[in-house]
Ligand binder design. Sequence first.
Ligand SMILES: [Ca+2]
Ligand SMILES: [Ca+2]
Ligand SMILES: [Ca+2]
Ligand SMILES: [Ca+2]
Length: 250
Amino acid sequence: MNLNRFFKGSWSVVALSLGLLVAGRANAILIDAFDDPTAELKVNIGTTSATATTDDGGGDPILGGERDMWLTYTAGALGQDSTSEVVGDELQFAEEPQAKARLLVAWDGNDNDATTLAQNLGPVDFLAGCPINLVALRLGLSFADFGNTLRFNAYSSAANFSTADHVLPSFLGPGTLLEDVKFTDFAVGGGTGVDWTSVSALTMEVNVTDIEALDMQLHFLQTVCVPEPATMAFLGLGLVPLLRRRRKAA
Ligand SMILES: [Ca+2]
Ligand SMILES: [Ca+2]
Ligand SMILES: [Ca+2]
Ligand SMILES: [Ca+2]
């Protein structure tokens, strides 16, 4: 076997794979890498609401420059807390055994107000050149238990938005679970729905089904442009005659 040729061939495959990766990355929009910490929010039977806004402080940018968090008490016994914070490059949500809460995280631009949904993102083109059927919100999870339902709302104005409920699988680590919420899974929530090329606010609500003793740790949230398996196979088929032609010419 000619090792030289083998390695040359391998490198072209590696180069092609890297090219596809780069092409995929060109369409990615980082929403939050959670590298800007938010001090712990805590709710319980005595304190039913806690809020914070966090400005981007370097490292990876927060989309729109600011993250809003609004934790709301749902239920719980005396002395049972629900907490949420951003620490160690993670968004963390935790409930003590009989506690229930909901967390609303909003990326709505700089308004210094966690309880008002501004429409100040820019707006941002969330498609970034990717066909809508291939785009998804991608979550990088390090922990999720009890089938937590997340609700995403994407807005083009206060009246026009789309919504998607996404049930996370149970994942207790180690490592990172990548979970995608396709844009085509969103339904109209108000008005004419979101125009993905003009997004003015995005929200993520944690625990919309009010599960108790829930925990979740989220490393990042971004968009991705994911070629479907069918598309990949089609691309592969397209390469075969190309490679044959190249061989004949050589
Ligand atoms: Ca940052
Ligand atoms: Ca804000
Ligand atoms: Ca601010
Ligand atoms: Ca706000």
